[in-house]
Design a protein around this ligand. Structure first.
Ligand SMILES: Nc1ncnc2c1ncn2[C@@H]1O[C@H](COP(=O)(O)OP(=O)(O)OP(=O)(O)O)[C@@H](O)[C@H]1O
Length: 362
């Protein structure tokens, strides 16, 4: 169990972490979320006594500084490439093992576990970000610790690496360990985390279970499909606080397109009309339909995603807000370029997901 009390950090006039208190319980994965610059890394550094600031963090009742061999109790990765520049991956871990009284055979075990056996005699300075993350996790697991604190461990991993990481962290939690992990991959967090600590501008926004976060910051709705949708909509609109929206039917193919007509025929009759209803429980929609002998073809609760909840919860506390990019050449004076001058540059396209990022990591 981690107990953080009143964590606080200022950089000059800026308060990076503003009196944060929370608990991270064993036997589950706790996700640590917040927009860029929210104070996640600073909080993690404070927890591990790597930064000066206010507040106190206890690990199973003890301060980090009083633990004789921290690596054997707390495994942490805060920097993805914080390795010795000239040692091989294996020697880097052997050096750490020696310092904490950990048997050398454990080094080969953890390297095997994270899939780096083939490159164990290579220098990590040449590792990709994903390989560095794996080595970081190997380092954190070296002392078989009860507690793991990981800052963005999925950063740089490929999809199968991310899947593997999720399986590893969940199984470590199932063994009763305490796992505190930050990530910007919300879909991943939705699959991995049981509890969440969400911060914005250094302040606590939410501390509790994942479902509660989505419930608190989004509105769920009910999708109901019925051949008598119009009649049901009328009844629902009479209930206080209920809003009803008609869901447009999927566009039908143009009748003169033989391939589209054949595909539509193969797909069967069009579905009955649907309504999206908010402000009422799913069961109550079903009961209202039943009492009025309205036939239903579908009745389902639609829950918003963790991403939607995150954007709603942290929208006000985003530190870095993007703005629209105008077309190149729209700067003052651009219009005054003489017609005989060089042609204007084409508009800058928006960056593609996964595309190169200036100055970004390889
Ligand atoms: N060494 C420093 N000197 C001055 N300001 C700093 C320093 N380190 C962090 N900050 C500021 O403190 C705030 C919190 O930073 P921090 O890196 O903890 O955020 P974060 O949530 O980890 O962000 P990200 O998701 O982008 O990694 C930011 O406004 C940052 O600019």
């Amino acid at each position: 169990m981690i107990t953080a009390q009143g964590l606080y950090k200022r950089y000059g006039a800026k308060t990076a972490v503003d009196h944060l208190s929370f608990e991270v319980r064993p036997g589950m994965v706790t996700g640590f979320l917040g927009p860029n610059g929210a104070g996640k890394s600073t909080t993690m550094r404070l927890m591990l006594d790597l930064d000066n600031g206010g507040g106190e963090t206890l690990f199973d009742g003890r301060k980090f500084g009083t633990i004789a061999h921290p690596m054997r109790e707390i495994g942490a990765v805060l920097e993805s490439k914080a390795f010795h520049p000239t040692r091989t991956a294996r020697n880097h871990l052997r050096m750490l093992a020696a310092g904490s009284g950990i048997a050398f055979h454990r080094v080969d075990e953890v390297l095997e576990f994270v899939g780096l056996t083939e490159v164990k005699n290579k220098k990590p300075k040449n590792f990709s970000l994903g390989m560095a993350q794996r080595l970081g996790l190997a380092q954190a697991l070296l002392g078989d610790p009860q507690t793991l604190i990981l800052d963005e461990p999925a950063n740089g991993l490929d999809p199968s690496g991310i899947h593997w990481l999720r399986t590893v962290l969940k199984s470590l939690a199932d063994q009763g360990r305490t796992i505190f992990v930050s990530s910007h991959l919300l879909s991943e967090m939705a699959l991995m985390a049981d509890q969440l600590v969400v911060i914005g501008r250094g302040k606590m926004i939410y501390n509790g279970d994942v479902d509660g976060f989505v419930r608190d910051f989004t509105q769920s709705s009910v999708l109901v499909r019925s051949p008598q949708a119009g009649q049901l909509a009328e009844l629902l609109r009479r209930v206080d606080g209920v809003t009803v929206e008609e869901v447009p039917a999927t566009a039908r193919p143009a009748s003169d397109d033989p391939a589209a007509v054949a595909a539509a025929a193969a797909a069967g009759p069009p579905p009955s009309p649907a309504l999206r209803v908010s402000g009422i429980e799913t069961a109550a929609v079903g009961e209202l339909a039943f009492q009025n002998t309205i036939m239903l073809h579908e009745l389902v609760t639609q829950t918003a995603s963790l991403e939607t909840a995150f954007i709603t919860a942290t929208g006000e506390s985003e530190e870095y807000v993007a703005h629209d990019l105008g077309p190149a050449g729209s700067a003052p004076g651009a219009a005054e370029v003489p017609a005989a001058g060089p042609p204007a540059a084409p508009p800058v396209p928006p960056s593609q997901p996964g595309g190169p990022t200036p100055g970004g990591a390889a």
